[in-house]
Design a protein around this ligand. Sequence first.
Ligand code: DGY
Length: 323
Amino acid sequence: MSKLKVIVSRAWPKEVQATLREKYDVTLNEKDVAMTKDEMKEALANCDAFLPTVTDPVDAEVLSAEPLRAKFIGNFGVGFNHIDLDAAKARGLTVTNTPEVLTDCTADIAMTLMLTVARRTSEGERELRSKSWTGWRPTHLLATKVTGKTLGLIGMGRIAQAMAQRAHHGFGMKIIYSDPYPPPAEVIKKYNAKQVDSIDEVLTQSDFVSIHCPGGKDTYHLLNKDSLAKMKSSAFLINSARGDVIDNDALINALKNGVIAGAGLDVFEGEPALDERFLELENAVLLPHLGSATTETRIAMGNRVLENLAAFEAGETPRDKLV
Ligand code: DGY
């Protein structure tokens, strides 16, 4: 049997690339330069399986490729707001993602952001590196205590639950959340979490608000001028989900004018372009989309794509089939 022709959009961990080479007639992207939309279109016309990642906009235009050879799109990543699933389905494509394997590491980054922004540790490190530290003193870089505070989760899926686990059991935090599709009561019981009636209640009651909803048109600018104004002025906003859930202008103004105390951000509207106004803000902690960036997790994500592709090739339903 001839091998499937597979095209991969970015460089993957070498262990997984080795498996791809072994099993498939694969074109890798070892230079790791992002593909243009035209290149992705061409890929869909010339391979059986295309393996993009979360920064590749596989939109209706890309999916209009003619002639279309591809039958399978295996996304390297859990989020899929960059793929037009309706268009993919209309063209008869099977699309999969990589849930579960990145849950812990993404929750770890959300916790990192929460602790870093609350305890002002980036500011402290900047002070040391600029050689301006003059020594311990009772009023130096006073920050905000995390232990025992209220953490509000927008979305209560896998990553939010992993954050609740860490925050409740590690830091004695009270957990509240809002989610239109809440998990079963026995899951919630583990974190002694309380569902509130609306996102507004999460915003008004929390000392820390962490975003864990998907990106896309339903959540676009969910956090805007009006919603940010509902948060306590002492509260912090954490985003490890998708950048466009927050309106950049509104957040920058809120951080500048003391509407909220600070923000920890791993994702940005329009990334990788960064609104340079963020760089002026001492109360913003900024990371370049590192949620799942551990060797273990990135290998697991690659292997999960391979597992889905193998199932598809065998004529089975891949476990992470989206459409
Ligand atoms: C995802 O998988 O959706 C993350 O944003 C990157 O790991």
